[in-house]
Every structure is written in structure tokens, then in C-alpha cells.
Design a protein around this ligand. Sequence first.
Ligand SMILES: NC(=O)c1ccc[n+]([C@@H]2O[C@H](COP(=O)([O-])OP(=O)(O)OC[C@H]3O[C@@H](n4cnc5c(N)ncnc54)[C@H](OP(=O)(O)O)[C@@H]3O)[C@@H](O)[C@H]2O)c1
Length: 319
Amino acid sequence: MEKKRVLVVGGSGYLGQHLLEDLLRAEEPFDLAFTYHRTAPADEMMKALSPALAFRVDLVTGQGFDSISDSFGQPNVVINCAALSIPRECEKNPAYAMSVNVPSSLVGWLLSFADKNTFLIHLSTDQVYEGVMSFYKESDETDPVNMYGKTKVASEQFIRANFPNFAILRSSIIYGPESVTPVSKSLPLQWIDSTLSRGHEVEFFYNEFRCPIYVKDVVNIILILIKKWVTDEKPLQLILNIGGPERVSRLQMAEKVADVRSHDRSLIKSVSSSSVDRGVNSPADISMDISRLTLELGVIPVSFEEGIRLTFRPTDVRV
Ligand SMILES: NC(=O)c1ccc[n+]([C@@H]2O[C@H](COP(=O)([O-])OP(=O)(O)OC[C@H]3O[C@@H](n4cnc5c(N)ncnc54)[C@H](OP(=O)(O)O)[C@@H]3O)[C@@H](O)[C@H]2O)c1
């Protein structure tokens, strides 16, 4: 049987690299390609992700998609991990954020093929919710408090209105080991760990709640979705909250890292989120109900404590 062609848009980013690593090792072999935007992938990344093909694509203009059509062909599955994913940057440049995060050029390209049956998996965020209650369900109203969340709501609406076969994943904070080539943004657990290991006092919010999810759980969810679609070949229109099993404050996240990594807990200072101006509104409680994830895909994500242990395992035994 012909191998399915899988394209990871934003494959040079944190999640994209982790996903490509596991797609390369998947039981069912795929033909793989990925896109990057700013700089061509380093040799180290190309080697680790070989034989995946790399293409430069700009989602704002759509430049680069034609070369994918020419040398890779129409993908059977696209996972869109590309975004301007830092809320403060979206706040500073809302028009640009909107043009990157709403995948109109990607969807336009997919619709240009005669066969409209590509399966599109799109990464959204928990920040689509307002953050005024606990355990949001997918059916709850979206009402983001910042530009990042607004661009993601717009991206969801755009896909639902224009594309027939999709899964939208509303992800909480994704944490885990470094990617093959480290990304420029700081990773949440590594930042907490390195700050505490230097003996610095650091403040964490007791009143901002999230359901952080281990990166390989996100990858596993995507692999299960691909398998489901490859097996059934029936169009999907799915929106899923994807988060870890626990609702934790930023303070509790730091305390848990301190415990697992044997750091001094007294370095952690509890403060209110209202005491700091971060240049962007941040929703208070966007914890999510993930029962649909378990019901539809049978996924039970690892606990936060287990995820911390997996994050800091030596790289030679990384999963
Ligand atoms: N990480 C999290 O905690 C988290 C939580 C919730 C949701 N999400 C969502 O999950 C997805 C993946 O997140 P991530 O952490 O892996 O993001 P990331 O590390 O910031 O990667 C973003 C990717 O988007 C690409 N990109 C940026 N601007 C582009 C443009 N104009 N045209 C084409 N590509 C462009 C980047 O390419 P270059 O680097 O090559 O420029 C990179 O490959 C994003 O949609 C994010 O919003 C992430």
C-alpha cells in the first residue's frame, strides 16, 4: 500500500520537532515533510529528522506551498503547529499575529487540490476561554482576554467555515524535554528548574490555573488521530480540549518541580497575578475538562509529577 504523506507545518518549532521524531518511528511508515519559516534547519535537525523533507513556507503570503506540491505532492495529513505562539508578541503586533495564526493560505492551498480529502489537525489553545471558571468544556463559550486567544478563535472559526475534514486541538501549556534543536523561547519547566537550582528566589502566581500537558501525550494524541483517519477515511469535524489530568496553579507547578528536582521550596514566593504587569492580559483559570479526549480517543495523559520526571530523564532514554 502507498505510504501516507504527512506534512508538519511549523515542524521547526517545539511541538513540531517532537512530533516529527515520533512520526519517523511510527509503526506505520509515512512519507514526511515539514516547514520552517525564519532560518533553514541546522544540520543537526536535518540529520535527526532524516529522511523528512524540509520546505520554507511563509503562512502570511503562502510562499513555499507550490514547491511542496511539486516535490512532495498533496499531503494526506497536515498537522499545523505553526503560529506566533507568544502572547506578548501577538499583543504587540495584532495584525501580523492574525495573519500567521489564521491558516488561510494553508487552507487555500489544500482546497486547490481536486481531492479535498486531506485531514487537517490544527493546534489551538486553552486561551480561547475567558478564564473565569474551572474545567471548561469544548461546548463552553469562547471569549479570549488577549490577542493570542483571539487569533486562535479566529483560526478555529476559519477552519470550521472553510474546510471539511479537521481536528482542532485546544492545548494547555505543553512541557517536556528540549527538542532536537533547542527553540529560542524558554521552556516552562526548564526555566523553573534552572532558576531554583541557582538558588534564586522567584515569584509564582497562586491564582492562575492551567492543565499542563506532557509533550509526548500531545504527540500521541496526534498519532491516534492520524491512525483513526487512515483507518476510517471518513471526514472528521472534531474539537478537543487537550490538557493534563490536573488543574494546577503556577505556584503548584513550581512547588512540584522543586519537590521532584530536590530544590529548596522556600525559594518559591506566592504572589497574585494582579501584582505583575506582563504587558498582556492572561486568563485566570483556563483549566479544562478533558473527558471528551478520553472518551473519543481513549487517551489518559500522564500526571504532572510523572511528566516532570520524564522531562528531566537523561536524553539517551528519552521517550
Ligand atoms: N507550547 C505551548 O505551550 C503551547 C500551548 C498551547 C498551544 N500551543 C500551540 O501549539 C502550536 C505549536 O506550539 P510550539 O510551542 O511548538 O510553537 P513554536 O515553538 O513557537 O513554533 C512555531 C512554529 O511556527 C513557525 N512560524 C512562525 N511564523 C511563521 C510564518 N509566518 N509562516 C510559517 N511558519 C511560521 C515557526 O517557524 P520558525 O521557527 O522556523 O520561524 C515554528 O516552526 C502553536 O499553534 C501554539 O500556538 C502551544
